[in-house]
Ligand binder design. Structure first.
Ligand code: KDG
Ligand code: MG
Length: 405
């Protein structure tokens, strides 16, 4: 018998950081959860959903996931963009959750079943100076991680992406009424990072997978130089070397270095990945299941990538909620060309609000076998933590010019 959607509600909560969740309920009494968190712009997606998407979901058949995706993408005319795609992603995740609960299957079974026993994950180790970074790498290995993203401070700079000077947990979105302004100096970064990462490799030995994120800050020529300089470090990947809107310039980077490149955490559709994949300008696709239109669309991006031997490595920082992380782990378990899942981790309160079947052990994640995505939201607890204004930082060069953060 055909079911129908009777309500779609947006929940904005801040248990340790801001999240936007979508709850879809069917006439049959089944609920599904999606993640619509867009770091620093949360309320824009909440409004897009509440004001424009939720009303037109009511009455639709929740089983028709692909048709709903097309309806919200092609049917809107104003397609693409992070707000639209995060909203579509939330609906898509919630509908897969519902389909899993209705059929009594974990979502990975609906995607064709497991192609591996568990999925490799990486987390972040940071140190303001190299000795602190080496300690952080050791401590992270003790937690079982076999793949670690390493970021370090840069002499002469007071703040650097991914690192806290006091060694505390790094969270990019600062709470407050406006963005923090950071001073950035690419030349200082380029002078420091190859040597620092070489020390990490010498300390860690050859087997540990090391990753590094340049966070969109280099010119193509600088990226080519850095990639070459890092070849002896044998990185698993170098991430977001350039702001990749102009993808032609990446040919220059690719021609200069064999250091593997990971790009695309800010991309939201297959069309933004098309050139990067078909010209083999990247090795890893970094899109998040929440920001890139849900499981339905990320699966399609992975299928295109598979043709060109590019692998899927979804974005998974603290701003990708435990609901979306669940979606990524189900997809990762069932996708042959999945490579690795970022797992930055969450504040304790976040785990209490989002109770999840997915587990972390020994450097790997597993989605669990609960029907659907396997995440339940404690709505009463969530209501105790209302939205708090929070912004990602902005970066300026030493002369005050605004640059990419
Ligand atoms: O919201 C911004 C973060 O998601 C981003 O800075 C994290 O680059 C990131 C990463 O690779 O985790
Ligand atoms: Mg990144």
């Amino acid at each position: 018998m055909t079911d129908r959607i009777v309500s779609a509600e947006v929940l904005v909560t801040s248990p340790g950081r801001n999240f936007v969740a979508l709850k879809i309920t069917t006439a049959g009494g089944v609920t599904g959860w999606g993640d619509a968190t867009l770091n620093g712009r949360e309320l824009a997606v909440a409004s897009y959903l509440r004001d424009h998407v939720c009303p037109i979901l009511v009455g639709r058949d929740p089983a028709r996931i692909e048709d709903t995706w097309q309806y919200l993408y092609r049917g809107v005319y104003w397609r693409r963009g992070p707000v639209t795609m995060a909203a579509i992603g939330a609906v898509d995740l919630a509908l897969w959750d519902i389909k899993g609960k209705v059929t009594g299957q974990p979502v990975y079974q609906l995607l064709g079943g497991a192609v591996r026993e568990r999925i490799l994950s990486y987390t972040h180790a940071t140190g303001w100076d190299v000795p602190a970074l080496l300690d952080a790498v050791d401590a992270t290995r003790e937690r079982g991680f076999q793949a670690i993203r390493v970021q370090t401070g840069v002499p002469g700079l007071e703040s650097v992406y991914g690192v806290t000077p006091d060694g505390g947990t790094y969270e990019p979105a600062g709470r407050g009424t406006g963005p923090v302004e950071e001073v950035w100096d690419t030349d200082a970064y380029l002078r420091h990072v190859p040597g620092a990462l070489a020390e990490v490799r010498a300390h860690a030995g050859p087997e540990l997978a090391l990753l590094h994120d340049a966070h969109h800050r280099l010119t193509p020529n600088q990226a080519a130089r850095l990639g070459k300089a890092l070849e002896p470090v044998d990185l698993f990947w170098l991430e977001d070397v350039t702001p990749a809107e102009n993808q032609d310039v990446l040919r220059r980077v690719r021609a200069a270095t064999t250091t593997p490149l990971a790009i695309g955490e800010v991309f939201t559709t297959i069309w933004e990945f098309q050139q990067l994949i078909t010209e083999q300008l990247i090795d890893f696709v970094r899109a998040a299941v929440s920001h890139a239109g849900g499981i339905t669309h990320l699966r399609r991006i992975a299928a295109l990538a598979e043709v060109w031997q590019v692998r899927l490595a979804p974005h998974g920082p603290s701003d990708v909620s435990p609901v979306a992380l669940a979606g990524a782990t189900h997809l990762g378990l069932a996708t042959p060309n999945f490579a690795i899942q970022e797992y930055m981790g969450y504040p304790d309160l976040t785990h209490e609000v989002f109770r999840h079947a997915w587990t972390y052990a020994d450097g790997h994640l597993h989605p669990g076998d609960a029907p659907g995505l396997g995440v339940d939201v404690d709505e009463a607890l969530a209501a105790r933590f209302p939205y708090e204004p929070a912004y990602l930082p902005v970066a300026r060069r030493r002369d005050g010019t605004l640059t990419d953060w």
